[in-house]
Design a protein around this ligand. Structure first.
Ligand SMILES: CCCCCCCC/C=C\CCCCCCCCCCCCCC(=O)SCCNC(=O)CCNC(=O)[C@H](O)C(C)(C)COP(=O)(O)OP(=O)(O)OC[C@H]1O[C@@H](n2cnc3c(N)ncnc32)[C@H](O)[C@@H]1OP(=O)(O)O
Ligand SMILES: Cc1cc2nc3c(=O)[nH]c(=O)nc-3n(C[C@H](O)[C@H](O)[C@H](O)COP(=O)(O)OP(=O)(O)OC[C@H]3O[C@@H](n4cnc5c(N)ncnc54)[C@H](O)[C@@H]3O)c2cc1C
Length: 667
């Protein structure tokens, strides 16, 4: 069967055209599944098309050849152009459309609005009272002010309870006095803080009458709105170049007894009255909601990062020919090698799985904020916190691995910045650290798991949340040939065993006399393993649920192949647990391996179209290897010629050092 995919174009590299003709599904239909709805998939295409008609937004110079200052300047120029076209390009206040616009135009390297859109505005939405929103939200949305989220300090990022920046209430003036008492209390890392933002949400320890109430969010003006100079009492700057993400000015910030009005404490959920009395929030951790928001996005965003790397690697693998199979008259596409497929296809499956989880967790967060803001209902917070803590950790870890494999799959050219994969990798792996270091967040997930195991052990399984219900499942013998549900059952047994083992170890240390904290630390590796398995089970179940719900037959068939690959790959990856506990036999292992290899063959004809379906434009991909038209070699040559080193035949360094050195050596 051949579909008239919009991707097919006769001027393209014939190897890619051939790949597109073999696809068994329509990429527009697949895009609807990826992006959650027909409407949004169509809007994305429309926005991409509109952007392509704005000459000032077409890339001029490759980012790889720019200095950091040039990158930041270029990002600001593009933001300015975008701002002029904002209302024509997207529905105002539609977050997904705004993110698409940014991804498309500015790319991966970050930009001065990255935290404005992702944390500053969301914090105002979730934490500011109606009155405070009236004052700041409209201005922020109109981009009259630029904000960021300043929480992490030089000395503390993970352990928020020990943040040192203080906000001391002065009842006589009805002000908070922000202060940085030590060098380690300097805010350090916040994106766009250094040079771009003129406002920040600052997380500081609220102190009233010498009593500390822990971290609370304050809105703080940092710079003069006319001159952009830092206000007196504020020290602010850029922390320097990073592994990637260098289009963003991550910054430092210090306060010297800097005064802000009482009304700058965000007071939707808690209040400080003029006399200094404190009204506490309905949930102690409600002030952490912006972090939960970003974590709830990360499965989607990381999935899209890995998708970009895979579009590049898969397209390139279809045009790169090297070596022979049976026919010695023509070299084969490297995509035909089983090892290449094994390197790339499981990651394609993970991309789809992560994105399906992201679609779900983004909605869960939106629902939670509605529940909290409208009804004061905080009952969903604990579950979403543990789910997103585990998910961000697992997803970022596998995304890093998948992108690195994509780079290696491109051989030498993958190592060139022309591939753009190194930038994608650098940006993606930052996610292992930001929004909570992965080990720390796996241990947060483990807290919920241990509590659930304890409930089962205490005879209260009815109190388990639906996500934990598998902890009560009895051991059974499973016939893998019956389909996905059998894989779920085995995975559940593996995850359950590990959760009970880790909890047992924790309890054993406590019985032997260790405090819970010490016992926890002695069991931490086992606990993180339990969290990973628990999270991978959620990912697997979400993938199955999503595929089952698809109505387009050909799209469903293609995704079923991908799902089967995922099920077999995941189970094989955790087989050591299953074999050790006698959950699976070696015969079942052989069955899984064979299923996996036959999945690779089934997916092969659809590989390019599974990645084309993400509908990334060349502008967004910024990759010579991943070009939609597949004309890689001539463009690599053009790219290399544009290197600044090639703008003169003899470099000053040669004249100044190498020539004299060679002359000296002749003497
Ligand atoms: C980034 C996503 C958006 C991307 C948009 C992509 C756009 C793409 C566009 C273009 C491409 C451009 C390039 C890409 C751009 C990427 C953007 C970069 C954005 C970077 C953002 C980074 C921002 C940050 O990093 S902000 C700082 C984040 N910091 C942290 O996460 C700190 C981690 N630490 C903590 O959260 C806490 O300290 C803690 C949770 C570890 C512990 O807190 P605690 O000490 O106060 O609590 P306890 O451990 O004692 O627990 C007590 C109890 O409370 C429960 N708990 C804790 N937190 C919560 C919560 N949030 N909700 C509910 N319950 C909570 C805990 O579990 C305990 O419960 P028990 O029942 O067990 O007692
Ligand atoms: C690109 C980027 C952008 C960022 N943007 C922002 C921003 O916009 N705003 C902001 O406020 N911050 C931002 N951050 C900071 C980021 O949120 C923190 O770096 C992150 O939360 C990790 O904290 P940390 O640096 O203190 O790590 P640390 O906690 O010092 O981690 C070091 C090691 O200690 C381990 N460790 C720490 N505590 C425990 C524990 N309890 N149990 C076991 N192991 C532990 C960790 O696992 C890790 O291996 C950004 C960081 C990056 C890299």
């Amino acid at each position: 069967m051949s579909f008239l995919n919009k991707e097919i174009c006769d001027g393209d590299n014939p190897d890619l055209t051939e790949e597109r003709r073999t696809a068994t599904f329509d990429t527009d239909r697949m895009a609807q599944v990826i992006y959650g709805s027909e409407k949004f998939a169509a809007r994305r295409r429309q926005i991409t098309k509109s952007i392509s008609r704005i000459p000032a937004l077409q890339d001029t110079k490759p980012l790889a050849f720019m200095t950091r200052e040039e990158k930041i300047t270029e990002a600001c120029r593009e933001l300015d152009v975008l701002s002029d076209h904002w209302e024509q390009l997207i529905y105002v206040n539609d977050e997904e459309e705004a993110l698409h616009l940014h991804r498309e135009v500015i790319g991966m390297e970050g930009h001065p609005f990255a935290l404005h859109e992702t944390m500053f505005i969301p914090t105002l939405v979730s934490q500011a009272s109606d009155e405070q929103q009236e004052k700041w939200l409209g201005r922020a949305r109109k981009r009259e002010i630029i904000g960021c989220y300043a929480q992490t300090e030089l000395g503390h990022g993970s352990n928020l309870r020990k943040l040192e920046t203080t906000a001391t209430y002065s009842p006589s003036t009805q002000e908070f006095i922000l202060h940085t008492p030590t060098i380690t209390a300097l805010k350090w890392w916040p994106g766009a803080l250094g040079k771009s933002s003129n406002y920040a949400i600052v997380m500081a320890d609220l102190v009233i009458k010498n009593k500390s109430y822990g971290p609370h969010p304050f809105i703080v003006q940092l710079r003069d709105e006319k001159t952009h100079q830092p206000l007196p009492g504020i020290t602010v700057g850029d922390i320097g170049p990073k592994m990637a993400f260098n289009g963003a000015d991550n910054g430092f910030l210090g306060f010297d007894h800097f005064r802000i009005p009482r009304g700058n404490l965000l007071m939707r959920h808690n209040r400080v009255e003029p006399d200094g009395s404190y009204l506490k929030p309905p949930h102690a951790k409600i002030g952490y909601s912006s972090m939960v928001k970003v974590r709830s996005r990360m499965a989607m965003d990381q999935g899209l990062f890995m998708a970009q790397a895979l579009v590049i690697a898969v397209r390139y693998s279809a045009v790169r020919r090297q070596g022979f199979l049976e026919d010695k008259s023509q070299e084969v596409k490297v995509l035909d090698y089983q090892t290449q497929q094994h390197r790339l296809f499981p990651s394609i499956a993970r991309v789809y799985a992560f994105i399906f989880c992201g679609l779900e967790t983004i909605q869960l967060y939106e629902k939670l904020i509605l529940d909290v803001n409208k009804n004061g209902d905080t009952s969903g917070m604990a579950d979403l916190h543990s789910l997103t803590s585990g998910l961000k950790s697992v997803v970022t870890h596998f995304t890093g691995q998948g992108i690195e494999q994509a780079r290696m799959a491109c051989g030498g050219h993958g190592y060139s910045m022309a591939s753009y994969i190194s930038e994608i990798y650098g940006v993606a792996v930052a996610g292992c650290t930001y929004e909570g270091e992965n080990m720390v967040m796996l241990l947060q997930c483990a807290r919920a798991l241990v509590k659930a195991v304890e409930l089962v052990e205490e005879g209260h399984p009815e109190k388990l949340s639906p996500m934990m219900a598998y902890l009560t499942k009895p051991s059974v013998t499973v016939d893998l040939t019956v389909g996905p549900e059998a894989y779920v059952k085995i995975f559940q047994l593996i995850a359950k065993k590990q959760a009970f083992k880790a909890t047992e170890q924790l309890h054993k240390f406590m019985v032997a006399g260790d405090s819970r904290d010490v016992a926890w630390n002695k069991s931490a590796v086992e606990l993180t393993k339990a969290s990973r398995l628990h999270t991978r089970l959620y990912i697997l179940k979400t993938f199955i649920r999503r595929v089952e719900s698809i109505t387009d037959i050909s799209v469903k068939a293609a995704l079923t192949d991908l799902l089967n690959l995922h099920l077999n790959y995941e189970l094989l990856d955790v087989a050591s647990y299953a074999l050790a506990d006698g959950i699976m036999s070696s015969t079942q292992m052989d069955f899984i391996k064979n299923q996996l290899y036959s999945s690779l063959e089934k997916i092969r004809p659809n590989a390019v179209s599974l990645m084309d379906s993400f509908q990334f434009s060349d502008l967004q991909l910024r990759s010579v290897l991943g070009r939609r038209d597949g004309h890689v070699y001539q463009n690599l040559f053009e790219w290399a010629k544009s290197s600044p080193l090639n703008q003169s035949e003899v470099l000053p360094s040669v004249t100044q050092y190498l020539k004299p050195m060679m002359e000296k050596s002749k003497l």
